[in-house]
Write a protein that binds this ligand. Structure first.
Ligand SMILES: Cc1cc2nc3c(=O)[nH]c(=O)nc-3n(C[C@H](O)[C@H](O)[C@H](O)COP(=O)(O)O)c2cc1C
Length: 442
């Protein structure tokens, strides 16, 4: 094993990441509401010694209800069920700083960390869509920069709550009746612009001290937020050049923030379409793309980039798009889609095909060796610390990756053959934070 270790996260989504996965004969759409399906996926990822599994989430219905495979469990609830059938793998749930209160989320993640023995992670999102705001008493979403300001204060509060019980606060003396040393349990007394929170948390400090903090927004403000808070970043990158630029920029910002480069891992998404030969892999990719329903795909693209493309002729290039400064939705995904369409001079139909596999994440079709080569290249040339693996079909695509690609990565000395740590932080090689309230011995 080389000194630097590759990290793999299994991004689980329904019966596959390809937007038409549920129509393919290799999936069973009835599994979408079956906890056993997700438990099976977590066990497969654990067999492949993945660092973690990850669930995305939103607070709205997505896309075209008529053609979209719906049925989604709330992530923290589902991960609790997964924690009971796995022993090592990390469990990362998405939750929004825009539509939650810090006290509630601090409790939920602390509970998962306790229940799983230190395997919880939080994918912090600010939520980009107006449609989400409309489920929370508002017509339009908060302005982009303001969303990140709220996220920053949200993190101040949540981390203070997680720290509010020092590690050695518990006494548990049945003889004297002293359960806790109350000098080691702290009110946080936060009073800020967005939140006023007294504390302490009504849960003792969890095994990881603080659950792992992951972030998934790559705009200018998103990167600033990540450099302050994130320990891992999920990101969509289309080309090696873009990925390297993003990686270099984020590492520079982390260091400028006074943290070490390795305190933050960069994990781009990859959709591996595997075949015994390259021709077989390309045939599977084409088979899936043929199942895309264009009206549904246009609706998804509209929601993804926040620009309404309904009715735009499929065989024409995109209309002129507004500057990113005018976009209040997901800024980085908007730029990715605009750049992809311009670079490759794509018509709307062609663009929908390019996005169908992974909503802007790179799709790599090939043999196991070709996928392993790709992973190795990005990992060893400053483009990634690991990958967010997004199987196009589930469970088969994850099984194929674990059985065919992981052994190659292990044989090349890039990836672990067994778990050496117990907590998610240990898998990611990240330190356990000390409570801000702990008195440092003099
Ligand atoms: C891998 C990945 C997963 C994401 N998962 C979610 C999610 O589950 N829910 C969500 O609301 N946004 C999700 N996002 C979107 C971002 O959190 C963010 O809202 C969006 O990229 C806008 O941020 P930006 O304007 O900083 O680019 C995800 C992004 C990436 C790259």
């Amino acid at each position: 094993m080389s000194a630097r270790e590759l990290h793999l996260n299994a991004f689980l989504m329904g019966v596959g990441h390809h937007e038409a996965a549920w129509r393919h004969p290799r999936t069973d759409p009835r599994a979408l509401d079956d906890v056993a399906h997700f438990q099976n996926l977590a066990r497969i990822a654990e067999r492949g010694t993945f660092d973690s599994v990850f669930l995305a989430d939103g607070v709205q219905i997505w896309g075209d209800v008529k053609h979209t495979a719906a049925g989604r469990f709330e992530p923290l609830t589902l991960l609790t069920a997964l924690s009971q059938v796995t022993d090592h793998i990390g469990l990362i749930a998405t939750a929004s700083t825009g539509f939650s209160e810090p006290y509630n989320l601090a409790r939920l993640f602390s509970s998962l960390d306790h229940i799983s023995g230190g395997r919880a992670g939080w994918n912090i999102v600010t939520t980009a869509q107006d449609r989400s705001a409309q489920n929370f008493n508002r017509e339009v979403n908060t302005e982009h920069a303001e969303r990140y300001r709220r996220a920053g204060e949200f993190l101040d509060v949540v981390t203070a709550l997680w720290d509010s019980w020092e590690d050695d606060a518990l006494v548990i003396d049945q003889e004297t009746g002293v359960f806790a040393d109350d000098t080691k349990v702290h009110e946080i007394n936060h009073k800020g612009r967005f939140f006023s929170v007294r504390g302490p948390l009504n849960a003792v400090r969890s095994p990881q001290g603080r659950p792992l903090l992951v972030q998934a927004g790559s705009s200018e403000d998103g990167r600033t937020f990540a450099s302050a808070w994130a320990e891992a970043v999920f990101t969509a990158q289309q080309t090696h050049e873009e990925a390297t630029a993003f990686y270099t920029d984020l590492k520079r910002r982390v260091v400028a923030f006074g943290r070490a480069e390795n305190d933050l891992l960069v994990l781009p998404g990859i959709v591996p379409v595997l075949g015994g030969t390259e021709a077989e892999a390309l045939a599977l990719a084409a088979e899936l793309d043929d199942l895309i329903i264009p009206t549904r795909a246009v609706r998804q693209l509209t929601e993804l980039i926040g620009i309404d493309l309904t009715g735009h002729p499929l065989d024409e290039r995109l209309p002129e798009l507004p500057p990113v400064s005018h976009v209040n939705g997901a800024k980085s995904r908007f730029e990715l889609v605009r750049d992809l369409a311009e670079r490759e001079k794509l018509t709307l139909r062609q663009l929908l095909g390019r996005l169908g596999g992974g909503r802007g994440h790179q799709v790599v079709a090939g043999t196991p060796e070709q996928i392993a080569d790709h992973v190795e290249l990005w990992f060893t040339t400053g483009a990634a610390d690991g990958f967010n693996v997004m199987a196009p079909l589930l469970p088969s695509g994850l099984e194929d990756f674990v059985d065919q690609v992981v052994p190659l990565l292990r044989a090349r000395g890039l990836f672990r053959t067994e778990y050496t740590g117990r907590t998610l932080r240990e898998h990611y090689g990240l330190a356990r934070p000390v409570s801000r309230y702990s008195r440092v011995p003099v």
